[in-house]
Write a protein that binds this ligand. Structure first.
Ligand SMILES: [Zn+2]
Length: 210
């Protein structure tokens, strides 16, 4: 069937094992073809452009959710699923071994922040973490390291496959951006990394016995 073949060509994010023919369900994201075509155009590096901006207006335009001195958290404008996020290093660096300790720590800190915001606002059943290094591996901006977080819900591979090559997402990007900005602002500032690990927030006195 043509539709099934199209799913395979589109590739995407692997999901849980199932009884499907290939043994895997796949998210079908045909709207991303626009992104893939654009990525070949000489438009410069998205992340360098966004890193060079600041302020509320720029954040709204570029769907930026959080900035630290060395990293960015933003929405993907061509999402595989609603609230598809990206964490990028600010500097144009391609691989982890090029990062210094502060950069690596901030990429991880924003990834943790993204997890918390997604959990608080969208309660996904799971999250796919994706890292594509190099164009052959699927990176849209292969010279600039960035991590994808794609929230997943049970049954999301069955979302309405498509009429005329499009997919109806449940809300606008602007709405998603607004919801996640509020969720981030409401998170406890001192412990964005692990709200479920209560023990981590209460350091143990090393001089006391257990
Ligand atoms: Zn760049």
């Amino acid at each position: 069937m043509a539709a099934k073949r199209a799913v395979k060509r589109a590739g995407a994010v692997d999901s849980k094992p199932s009884a499907s023919r290939a043994g895997l369900d796949r998210l079908w994201a045909p709207w991303r073809m626009e992104y893939i075509r654009r990525a070949d155009a000489p438009t410069g590096c998205l992340f360098c452009r966004v890193a060079a901006t600041s302020g509320a207006r720029a954040d709204a335009r570029d769907l930026v959710l959080a900035r630290t001195p060395h990293a960015l958290l933003m929405l993907n404008r061509y999402p595989y699923n609603p609230a598809h996020l990206m964490v990028a290093i600010r500097r144009h660096a391609a691989q982890f071994h090029e990062l210094d300790a502060a950069e690596g720590a901030q990429v991880l800190a924003l990834t943790a922040l993204a997890e918390c915001a997604l959990a608080a606002e969208y309660a996904p059943h799971g999250v796919n973490y994706g890292l594509n290094v190099g164009k052959v591996a699927g990176a849209g901006f292969p010279g600039h390291l960035h991590l994808h977080l794609v929230p997943r819900w049970n049954g999301d591979t069955n979302f309405m496959p498509t009429v005329a090559g499009t997919r109806v997402l449940p809300e606008s990007l602007t709405r998603t951006w607004s919801r996640l900005r509020k969720a981030i602002a409401a998170l406890p500032a001192a412990k964005p990394a692990a709200p479920t690990r209560k023990a981590a927030a209460k350091p143990r006195d090393p001089h006391r016995g257990t």
